[in-house]
Design a protein around this ligand. Structure first.
Ligand code: SF4
Length: 327
């Protein structure tokens, strides 16, 4: 049994009189200790997928169908209490923009203590010792527990958020663009820290990012999301040689590669389609340089390729590829 198994998940937002199909048939699995990168442009449904898993969706959103199994238990059917018991203790999340996620009028130590006391009945001294241990794990001096968020730098605040997320020893940690608004050096430190902690604590991780290079350094598998769907699912070790979906390939060519020929990086013209009225065929067809007439009319089939590799596309070169199976 996989640690987490998401199957055909649909999450929708009510936007005025319209329905926005933010997550539209997403499926993936996560094993213990494994890390999965959810990659794609803003507005592709990555964060909504993560918030669906821990049922932290805003009031105008709901999971309309599909299944989320955590250790074999259906998350979508859990009661409020069941979900509260699961959050932080089983699955925790590091939100983007720590300054907005942390309470500005509580000390960092008190905020970590809140997460601990929600699940564990510990003495004051034991909580204090746990806070000190957590801060040191994320390379913050234990004496800084009495500081307020505004007394920390951006990188320290993000590390404090990671300490909070680790407070109850979760089995899965979700990093939702955890380095947004940080400078490049600090971003690298945060990714290194997350990766080290994941290995030391044997946690599974879902890393949501639009940064392919960070994902390839940190993750075992990649799910490339576009307009609410996973268009390609591939082992990271195979990504650079086997990437097959036109969107994945364009995404990769829009990042500079150290050591390769010096040239202007590519961009992907156009924007993600309006998900209140998505195209009836392939959602990428307006931006795809390889689009064919069938792409406008018919949703692409999912093609299973050797090595846990899945691609949704009409390209004949994929459909006819050796070992390809259609779903
Ligand atoms: Fe491009 Fe067609 Fe494949 Fe969509 S289905 S990615 S439009 S080739």
């Amino acid at each position: 049994m996989a640690l987490l198994e998401v199957t055909d998940l649909h999450t929708e937002f009510a936007v005025g009189k319209k329905t926005l199909h933010a997550v539209d048939g997403v499926s993936f699995t996560l094993e213990q200790g494994e890390s999965l990168g959810l990659v794609g442009e803003s507005g592709c449904g990555k964060t909504t997928t993560a918030l669906s898993i821990i049922k932290l969706l805003p009031g105008n959103a709901q999971i309309t169908s599909g299944s989320i199994l955590y250790q074999g238990e259906e998350v979508t059917k859990k009661t409020r209490k069941g979900i509260r018991d699961m959050r932080w203790k089983e699955i925790s999340i590091v939100f983007q923009g720590a300054m907005n996620a942390l309470n500005p009028v509580m000390t960092i130590g008190d905020q970590i203590a809140d997460a601990i006391l929600l699940h564990e009945n510990l003495s004051k001294e034991a909580v204090k010792a746990r806070i000190a241990e957590l801060l040191e794990r994320v390379e913050i001096d234990r004496k800084r527990a009495t500081n307020y968020p505004h007394e920390f730098s951006g990188g320290m605040r993000q590390r404090a958020m990671i300490a909070m997320a680790l407070a109850c020893n979760p089995k899965i940690i979700i990093g939702d663009e955890p380095t947004t608004a940080l400078d490049v050096m600090v971003q690298a430190q945060i990714f290194d820290l997350l990766e080290r902690l994941r290995r030391e604590l044997r946690m599974a991780m879902i890393l949501i990012t639009h940064d392919l290079s960070a994902m390839t350094d940190t993750c075992d598998k990649a799910a490339i999301m576009y307009a609410g769907k996973i268009v390609e699912y591939v082992r990271v070790a195979d990504l650079f040689t086997e990437a097959a979906h036109p969107y994945t390939r364009l995404l990769m060519s829009s990042y500079p590669r150290i050591g390769s020929e010096r040239k202007m990086i590519d961009s992907i013209p156009g924007t993600v389609p309006d998900l209140t009225d998505p195209p009836k065929g392939c959602r990428f067809c307006d931006r795809c340089p390889e689009a064919m007439p069938i792409c406008r009319e018919t949703p692409p089939p999912e093609i299973l390729l050797p090595g846990e590799h899945r691609v949704s596309c009409h390209l004949p070169s994929l459909i006819q590829k050796e070992g390809a199976k259609h779903v």
